[in-house]
Design a protein around this ligand. Structure first.
Ligand code: ZN
Ligand code: ZN
Length: 358
């Protein structure tokens, strides 16, 4: 099968033939139909987060079950599924208390690989999914069945970008109607945070970015106000003005940048919650007094605090009823051979979501 392999950090991916082993006990093999390019893939490909080379990235995917390993009864060959990086055991304390995204179990796939190149080298499953390939092998908990009518190039967006943004607002922050929300960074995740805030009944919804084109998209997804931080002298003051002087009730930071987290925390008002979603690695500085006086909360959300088997079917239903925008998130579709072009355009900020279709 063909796959796009990262042999060296920050270099173009190599599209080549790989061998893939059959699924082991509890695993499934999926014939991929579509995989979107997410910023986290780019972080890994650039080497920002370390990791073993060579690897295949790609973790926002959908396809058809091709083969199931021993003991798998939840899906069967031919079933259309969303494929995510989230794995859960169903047995640990987090799985049993409704927080499967925090599952602490370990899997053979954490250390083993089912992928090998033609020179006999092992190729790692990057971002737990290795979906920049025609096939992947994942744990059964990483797939959720979707209805046959659901187009898979749109369903794939539910594996990461949509659940991360929408979930940060709805599951993690639990945004209340008529509360004020700021979303910093209007990429695929940020747009979904905006659409989650609109769904939750927030007002105002303030989208923050450096590109007017992204802010325009944010308006289409439900933002009521926009702030271009490249042009605005004092964005924190601007947010205060838009929130009756008090600062925002909720701030969702989707860019992987510590300065943006710091700025977001300052934009939150008394009693306000700031949720870190973007993968920043530098420390954030804040005085304990900022937390005490005003009881501000700074927290993180991993994958939108999503319960895959619960949230994905609900989001599919919302899309099918016309209440969730997915079509509008896709900027372009590319064949696997042109994956480096698809990635470049995301790096340049030209795309909301570029989708590799197989
Ligand atoms: Zn992602
Ligand atoms: Zn678990």
């Amino acid at each position: 099968m063909k796959a796009a392999v990262c042999y060296e950090f920050n270099k173009p991916l190599v599209v080549e033939e790989l061998d893939i082993d059959p699924p082991q006990r509890g695993e499934v093999k999926v014939r991929l139909a579509a995989t979107a390019v997410c910023h986290s893939d780019i972080h890994f490909i650039k080497g920002d987060l370390g990791g073993k080379l060579p690897f295949v990235a790609g973790h926002e995917a959908a396809g058809y079950i091709d083969e199931v390993g021993e003991g798998v009864t939840s899906v069967k060959p031919g079933d259309p599924v969303v494929v995510s990086l989230l794995r859960s055991c169903g047995q640990c304390v987090f799985c049993n208390t409704g927080r499967p995204n925090l599952c602490v179990a370990r899997w053979p796939l954490d250390t083993e690989s089912r992928l090998h190149n033609k020179r006999g080298e092992t190729v790692a499953h990057g971002v737990r999914t290795a979906a920049f390939a025609e096939y992947t092998v994942v744990d059964k908990s990483q797939v959720v069945q979707v209805p046959k009518e659901m187009p898979l190039d749109r369903a794939c967006l539910l594996a990461c970008g949509v659940i991360t943004g929408f979930g940060a607002v709805v599951n993690c922050a639990k945004v209340k109607p008529l509360s004020s929300v700021v979303v910093i960074g209007i990429g695929g995740v940020g747009l979904n945070a905006v659409q989650g805030a609109a769904f939750a009944g927030a007002y105002p919804i303030i989208a923050v970015d450096t590109l007017d084109s992204k802010l325009k998209a944010a308006r289409a997804f439900g933002a009521t106000h926009t702030l271009n931080v490249a042009k605005e002298k004092d964005p924190v003051k601007a947010v205060r003005q838009l929130t009756s002087g008090g600062g925002a009730d909720y701030v969702i930071v989707t860019v992987g940048n510590t300065a943006a987290v710091r700025q977001g925390f300052s934009m939150a008002g008394r009693g306000g919650t700031t949720v870190i979603v973007g993968l920043a690695t530098e420390p954030v500085s804040a005085s304990p007094m900022e937390f005490i006086d005003g009881e501000k909360i700074l927290t993180g959300s991993f994958m939108g605090s999503t319960r895959l088997s619960v949230d994905v079917p609900k989001l599919v239903a919302l899309y099918q009823a016309g209440h969730l925008k997915l079509d509008e998130l896709i900027t372009a579709r590319y064949p696997l051979d042109q994956i480096n072009k698809a990635i470049d355009s995301v790096v340049k900020g030209e795309a909301l979501r570029n989708v590799i279709v197989f």
